[in-house]
Design a protein around this ligand. Structure first.
Ligand SMILES: C[S@@+](CC[C@H](N)C(=O)[O-])C[C@H]1O[C@@H](n2cnc3c(N)ncnc32)[C@H](O)[C@@H]1O
Length: 871
């Protein structure tokens, strides 16, 4: 992750600020529009653009630069905008009908191809007027966009990640074909703003006013806020059990909490009935109170536990498990676990806890050490990977030579921070390796004073335990899976083709899963009109239907009516929940899947998946463009108190592209490949030597059908793919293939086919030849018709008739006169001209004047030579 960008002091005068100054843009935000346009190219083809909230005019300058000449560009803002060539501007509040009328007056009967909105309340000078919140302002701008946009038009708006975010995106998706949220590089990381580019405006004849009414659009937030707790807790749980997968913050920031960093006392975690949620939702746990400090000094609270509690966001699954184990032990120590069970089952449980036998303790301790060792080795591997990655990057940028790699990794040694021959380091390495081996299940020789590793006996016991072995194997498998998905992500970043392939796969999966609300509602003819117009209630109903259908799902039987899309989606979500349930968890997460179902349904909509592809969004106190360049007297003063005010830590939100389930992907691949191959064979015949060999053998009766079938049962066929890791299946599909013999004849046949293909004239020549043939046939036909007329006339003698017919047929069969080519000497007026010389008609060739003279001179010389020889 790069350095956090500063929004204050000199930090805000960044490269885009300087670039804006250099290139004469009035605000650094101009680069945001440039970058958005670079990605989506909406300005080049636009003839009319409206910029809402345009002051001081940076976006207007960009629009005027990138849009075709003579385009109509109109800018509106609360404050007047200094004139810009080719742009009309006026001051108005975009939330008023006055502004609407002014825009109508400017546009006359034109429709806009692009509507831009970069507005932010409280950053202008008109404090009293801009009382609207950001989300409401966005909705107001959408209202204007809906009125003025042409069909297929583009609406670009700035939104902030807040609780309203998803509702806004949902509304956009009802009105536009494509909705994508993006954060251009020039938008500061510390700003919570993102830009939503809505393309392909549906231009419905009528829009239900509820779509544009803040009261309706943001209404179910209040309801969902309370129910959202379930989803928050689900997210928190996922943070713990799949910490590698960074989740997008779909539901925006918690109400009233715009700082991302959260710290709680350890006792909250220890006493909580839902410790996993706490682990997943806070950054740090501290030992503050006297009681907590006492816990910190206990033996079970190892240094690792303290370090882990200090920064929970960097922990892996193993670390979280270790913390949960530590909590259990602590609760046992302080009698909490006993008390809780006492309540349920009476005093017997306390006795049981007191009788935890020694063996169990050793077992627990081993588990803990095991987890620690795995976590450590994981961290080391991650670090090593990062270093390697950085080195490769530097090599790609030609900042370093390959020989530097070793040196790079030991920078600290070179800097003198460490001793090259540091025995301590070597010892630590040995220990690490030992721990790693232990984690792998190899026999470990332990040091006497190595207090982290268990005694030989203990470890053997662990190795003997099947459970333990299985756990380790699973952990290893998880590691490899993680590494593989990281590898695929890297591949996707580097290889554009791979990315496109993956995207196509995802698109297909999505298309199969989701056919849109319109399709689901397509029940009768009467509905069509309403569908086109898109009624709020209708969509809301469909949402409710979806939810109902998902809740009824369990009770409903299979052979009902054809399943609706809602059912389909609900089933998919159900599968998803099941999958999550199946994951190896310490705690039962069944309830979590149930709680978040409604939320899942809502956010699982196709459009949210595209819209979520946003870079990290950070908290910030204000809109980042408050510090615009000062232009004359029009400088915009800095404001504050944005309602959605995120800050600090960027690491919390990272985009993790959601990959489809690997195993099914593999299967689906096979099916598609097969279909594609079959289609190819149909259109082009057999393409491989293996296929031709088999075909020849079948035709020549060298192979019977039964033999062919039997040949299909090899060690390569019918291998079960169940439970195999994705990386393995991917690899197998590439390399684990039967080596089918081919014959010389098959190869010769393929080559001959290829040669024939190569020898075929290209399409244009073939067409020209066919045209010529057709014309010749027509000509002959005409001649024959005329000849027939001549033979039937009585006015001519037989001799005359024969002569004329002969003439006609000769003409009909002749290929026509060869067009003569005129030679034009390139001298005088024709010297050095390009194109057709004046006064020349038909075909011509330019010839060099010099050539004529030289030919004459040559002839003359030959003549003279002949004469001399005779003499
Ligand atoms: C970030 S600035 C726009 C910068 C502009 N895109 C540029 O490149 O120069 C936000 C603007 O929104 C304007 N604004 C806020 N509320 C408004 C409203 N209700 N009507 C019109 N403009 C508004 C502010 O006056 C401010 O100039």
């Amino acid at each position: 992750m790069g350095k956090a960008q500063k929004k204050t002091g000199k930090g805000r005068l960044d490269k885009y600020y300087k670039l804006a100054k250099e290139q004469g843009y009035r605000a650094r935000s101009a680069f945001k529009l440039i970058q958005l346009n670079k990605k989506y190219s909406f300005l080049e083809s636009a003839r009319c653009c409206i910029d809402l909230c345009a002051a001081p005019g940076g976006w207007l300058q960009v629009a005027s630069k990138y849009m075709p000449a003579n385009s109509l560009i109109v800018g509106v803002d609360l404050v007047p905008i200094k004139p810009i060539p080719r742009v009309s501007t006026f001051a108005a509040d975009i939330t008023t009908s006055h502004c609407r009328n002014l825009l109508r007056g400017e546009l006359k009967d034109w429709k806009a191809d692009v509507v831009l909105h970069d507005g932010a309340p409280n950053v202008g000078t008109a404090w009293v007027q801009d009382a609207y919140s950001q989300s409401e302002l966005v909705l107001m701008s959408l209202k204007l966009a809906v009125e003025f946009l042409a069909k297929g038009g583009t609406f670009v708006t700035k939104v902030f990640r807040s609780v309203d975010y998803n509702n806004l995106i949902w509304v956009f998706s009802q009105l536009f074909g494509k909705v994508e949220a993006t954060k251009p590089p020039s938008s500061r990381n510390v700003s919570a703003e993102i830009f939503v580019v809505c393309r392909d405006f549906h231009a419905p004849k009528q829009v239900d006013p509820k779509f544009l009414d803040p009261k309706h659009v943001f209404k179910d937030l209040a309801v969902s806020a309370s129910t959202d707790k379930g989803s928050n807790s689900a997210n928190a749980q996922l943070n713990v059990f799949q910490p590698e997968k960074k989740r997008r913050k779909r539901d925006g920031y918690e109400d009233g909490n715009y700082t991302l960093f959260k710290s709680v006392g350890v006792s909250e975690f220890v006493r909580s009935s839902d410790p996993v949620s706490i682990l997943g939702s806070v950054n740090q746990m501290t030992f503050d109170t006297d009681e907590e400090k006492q816990w910190a000094s206990l033996d079970i609270t190892s240094a690792d536990v303290k370090v882990n509690l200090d920064d929970l966001k960097v922990l892996g699954k193993g670390d979280f498990k270790a913390l949960l184990r530590w909590r259990t032990k602590l609760r046992e120590d302080i009698g909490l676990e006993g008390k809780a069970e006492e309540d349920d089952d009476g005093n017997e449980e306390v006795v049981e806890i007191a009788n935890v036998d020694e063996e169990q303790q050793i077992q627990d301790e081993l588990e803990r050490l095991n987890a620690e060792a795995t976590a450590r080795s994981k961290r080391d591997r991650r670090k090593a990977n990062e270093v390697r990655q950085r080195t490769i990057q530097r090599m790609q940028l030609q900042m370093t030579a390959p020989m530097d790699i070793g040196l790079d990794q030991r920078d600290s040694v070179l800097a003198g921070d460490e001793d090259i021959f540091d025995l301590g380091e070597a010892e630590r390495d040995m220990r690490r390796n030992g721990a790693a081996r232990f984690a792998r299940g190899d026999a470990v020789e332990t040091d006497e004073d190595e207090d982290e590793l268990p005694s030989g006996e203990g470890s053997e016991e662990v190795l003997d335990s099947e459970d333990e072995l299985e756990k380790r194997t699973r952990a290893l498998e998880d590691d490899i899976d993680d590494l593989y998905s990281a590898y695929r992500e890297r591949l996707a970043e580097r290889d554009a083709k791979f990315k496109v392939k993956e995207a196509r796969k995802k698109d297909k999966v999505r298309e199969e899963e989701w056919h849109g609300i319109g399709a689901a509602q397509d029940s009768g003819e009467d509905d069509s009109e309403e569908e086109q117009e898109g009624g709020w209630d209708k969509v809301q109903n469909s949402k409710v239907q979806d939810e109902n259908s998902s809740s009824d799902e369990d009770s409903s039987d299979e052979d009902k009516e054809p399943p609706s899309i809602g059912h389909k989606r609900a089933r998919l979500l159900g599968d998803d929940a099941n999958r999550r349930k199946k994951a190896r968890l310490v705690t039962d997460l069944g309830a979590m899947a149930h709680n978040s179902r409604a939320t899942d349904l809502w956010f699982s909509q196709d459009v949210f998946s595209g819209a979520g592809d946003v870079a990290n969004i950070e908290d910030s106190e204000e809109d980042e463009d408050q510090g615009m360049l000062s232009i004359g007297g029009d400088s915009i003063s800095s404001g504050s108190n944005m309602p959605e005010t995120p800050t600090e830590d960027e690491d919390d939100f990272e985009v993790v592209p959601q990959e489809p389930d690997d195993a099914t992907m593999w299967d689906a691949d096979d099916k598609n490949e097969d279909e594609v191959k079959q289609a190819l064979v149909k259109s082009r015949g057999l393409l491989t030597a293996e296929a031709v060999t088999l075909a020849q053998q079948l035709v020549n009766r060298q192979k019977t059908k039964t033999e062919l079938l039997n040949d299909g049962f090899t060690r390569y066929s019918l291998n079960s793919k169940e439970d195999l890791p994705a990386w393995f299946l991917d690899d197998e599909s590439k390399y684990y293939k039967a080596n089918i013999p081919v014959t010389k004849e098959a190869i010769a046949a393929l080559r001959a086919k290829q040669r024939a293909l190569d020898a075929r004239p290209i399409k244009k020549i073939a067409e020209a030849k066919a045209r010529k043939k057709f014309k010749a046939a027509q000509k002959l036909e005409r001649a024959l018709r005329k000849a027939e007329g001549i033979t039937q006339t009585d006015e001519l003698t037989e001799r005359e008739k024969a002569k004329q017919v002969e003439k006609l047929l000769h003409k009909g069969l002749s290929k026509g006169k060869k067009k003569e080519v005129e030679l034009v000497v390139a001298k005088g007026a024709h010297k050095g001209i390009k194109g057709r010389p004046k006064g020349v008609k038909g075909r011509y060739t330019m010839v060099d004047a010099r050539m004529k003279k030289e030919v004459r001179a040559k002839k003359r010389k030959e003549k003279e030579n002949k004469k001399r020889r005779r003499v």
